[in-house]
Write a protein that binds this ligand. Structure first.
Ligand code: NAD
Ligand code: TYD
Length: 359
């Protein structure tokens, strides 16, 4: 397997690369990442069997670069994680989301079509374009609604979700129009090691470690289904190995709870795991914050298809996954310092949390 992973210096991409290098001894990985504020080479330190990984700093929108990488490395598998990913940033400035998530995905699809379909270096059964999407493209559920399924209609709420929805439609169209062998997965909210501390779980841990306010938007009653990142990576490996071209799967963690309950749970775990912390009880740091505009109330996924067809289900419970996550952040202060010191992060935190203030 000669794999191009896009966004491999980010949170999920770097965890995926680690998993593939340790579990798939025949896999070679080319990792294309622009190293935006969200990507860091810190995430690629101490890779298992790292000589099978090569890093290229570049933009997925650079068509000449893509064509060259695919040919030079005889890429037969593309796993596409690269994206602008933070909903709040998309509300502040949607344009980068459309540049990378839509036009970047288009460039990647065109490169794959040019190499695999026009040049035909391999039989089409031997290649795969896997696109990582999100549950957010389906919009918001109310408490009594059934969970999303693979056939739920698209109803994105934020510019981020709209850009991911547009990308999904392109990927689907390349399957239908050109026969490009694609698969798509829609996962729920991931958490785990190496997540940038702008997303809820990582932000909660980072702020609790430093005794800073933990912002909870609105009434904190929004429900998400939390998925441990390594479970997600295993699901993507299962889809690459056994998913049929054109197939779509939902990947959920089976852990639905409100944001406030989640943050309280993380704080409780930190009290237990850091008994000498001067910031105990960490829950006293929880601070109500102005709500996100258009905030989706609830996401929930029906994960029965991937379980039935590919035999995948999540292994970690919320408790075991959060414990691993808190322990990882506590054990990696150098990573945390590097990431928190990133100017793109500092400016965002000041502008976003400074501007909207406490409720
Ligand atoms: P992330 O923000 O941690 O990382 C994104 C990576 O993409 C970064 O390394 C960044 O440098 C890179 N990147 C951004 N623009 C690029 C460009 N133009 N060219 C090349 N590289 C570029 O994201 P993540 O949380 O790891 O998410 C990965 C994927 O999973 C995304 O497609 C996201 O939409 C999807 N997803 C994430 C979650 C989640 O909870 N994190 C949930 C559902 C879906
Ligand atoms: P987030 O981690 O940004 O992921 P997403 O928007 O992709 O689901 O947010 C998860 C939930 O946490 C979402 O309902 C918004 C909420 N949230 C807060 O309450 N406070 C925060 O500071 C952040 C970043 C998110």
């Amino acid at each position: 397997m000669a794999m191009l992973v896009t966004g491999g210096a980010g949170f999920i991409g770097s965890n995926f690369i680690r998993r593939v290098l340790s579990a798939d001894p025949k896999a070679w990985i080319v990792d294309l990442d622009l190293l935006t504020y969200a990507g860091t080479e810190e995430n690629l330190k101490d890779l298992p069997d790292g000589q099978r990984h090569s890093f290229v700093r570049g933009d997925i929108g650079d068509r000449a670069l893509l064509a060259d990488l695919l040919r030079r490395h005889r890429i037969d598998t593309i796993v596409h994680f690269a994206a602008e990913t933070h909903v709040d940033r998309s509300l502040a400035d949607p344009s980068p989301f459309f540049r990378t998530n839509v036009m970047g995905t288009l460039a990647l699809l065109e490169a794959a079509r040019g190499y695999w379909i026009r040049e035909k270096p391999f039989p089409l059964e031997a290649v795969r374009f896997h696109h990582i999407s999100t549950d957010e493209v389906f919009g918001s559920l109310s408490p009594e609604d059934p969970p999303f399924s693979e056939t739920s209609p698209y109803a994105p709420s934020s510019p981020y979700a709209a850009s991911k929805a547009a990308a999904d439609h392109l990927v689907r169209a390349y399957f239908r129009s050109y026969g490009l062998p694609v698969t798509i997965t829609h996962c729920s909210n991931n958490y785990g090691p190496r997540q940038f501390p702008e997303k809820l779980v990582a932000l909660t841990i980072a702020n609790a470690l430093r005794g800073e306010p933990i912002p909870v938007y609105g009434d904190g009653g929004q429900i998400r289904d939390w998925l441990y990142v390594e479970d997600h990576c295993e699901a993507v490996r299962a889809v690459l190995a056994r998913g049929k071209p054109g197939a779509i799967y939902l990947i959920g963690g089976g852990n639905q709870l409100t944001n406030l309950s989640l943050v309280e749970k993380v704080c409780g775990l930190m009290d237990e795991l850091l008994p000498k912390s001067v910031h105990r009880p960490h829950a006293k740091l929880i601070s109500p914050f102005a709500d996100r505009p258009g905030h989706d109330r609830r996401y929930a996924l029906d994960g029965s298809k991937i379980q039935r067809e590919l035999g995948w289900s999540s292994r970690e419970t919320l408790d075991s996954g959060l414990r691993k996550t808190v322990k990882w952040y506590r054990a990696n202060p150098a990573w945390m310092r590097a990431v928190l010191g990133n100017p793109g992060h500092r400016e965002w935190i000041a502008a976003h949390y400074g501007r909207r203030g406490n409720r």
